[in-house]
Design a protein around this ligand. Sequence first.
Ligand SMILES: N[C@@H](CCC(=O)N[C@@H](CS)C(=O)NCC(=O)O)C(=O)O
Length: 219
Amino acid sequence: MAAPTEQITLYTAKICPYAQRTEIALAEAGVDYTRFEIDLGNKPEWYASKINPASKPTAAPVPASQPSPLSTKLAESLVLLEFLSDIHPTIPSLLPRDPVKRARARFFIDAVSTKFVPAFYKFQVLGEKEAVGGLMEGVESVMRLLPSLEGKAEGENGIKEGQGGQEIDPGPFVLGPNFSIADAAIAPFALRWELSLSNDIGAYEEGEGMRGLGSIWRL
Ligand SMILES: N[C@@H](CCC(=O)N[C@@H](CS)C(=O)NCC(=O)O)C(=O)O
């Protein structure tokens, strides 16, 4: 089997938060790759047929800098995060070895994808004011899973413990002190939300961004 890491070409777009997930993970892993910017408003005619059949300008690492028919094409940001951690199993900053921590990362990513991102899109991008309830629920679902906020008790020795009595690292990342693909999954969206809140972009009344929703995000 050919080594999948020989050469990676990343078809990406600066403005795409999904593509940025992969760029963040590649940077954290310290992996060399060729970056190919796709203009979302003017995609190359060969892109859909030769790189990504869905024509989604998300990131696609392939083992060639040109869209060769012999290269492997992969798409979907969350699939790509898993792929990078598979081909770099010795880089613990992508996905730790501990099966419990791996499950926690995946559980968090699932909450981001099913609860936060769809609501974020409706409220923030489409400007649907009535979606604010869903957005708040989405934010809370994700935040509840952060180590510093998760339902936990202070042990006798001052060490924070989770429901199963296991030690919980305080952060600053999703799994504790170390970055993982769970952070890459939410970072591009969280940063966009933060920027929107502080600049009154989206479905907020003027001045309400930071005062209301922003205060929760910064807990
Ligand atoms: N589920 C995909 C979503 C990718 C996606 O929707 N990308 C947007 C750009 S940010 C897109 O391709 N929109 C359609 C288009 O521009 O033609 C992933 O996670 O990679």
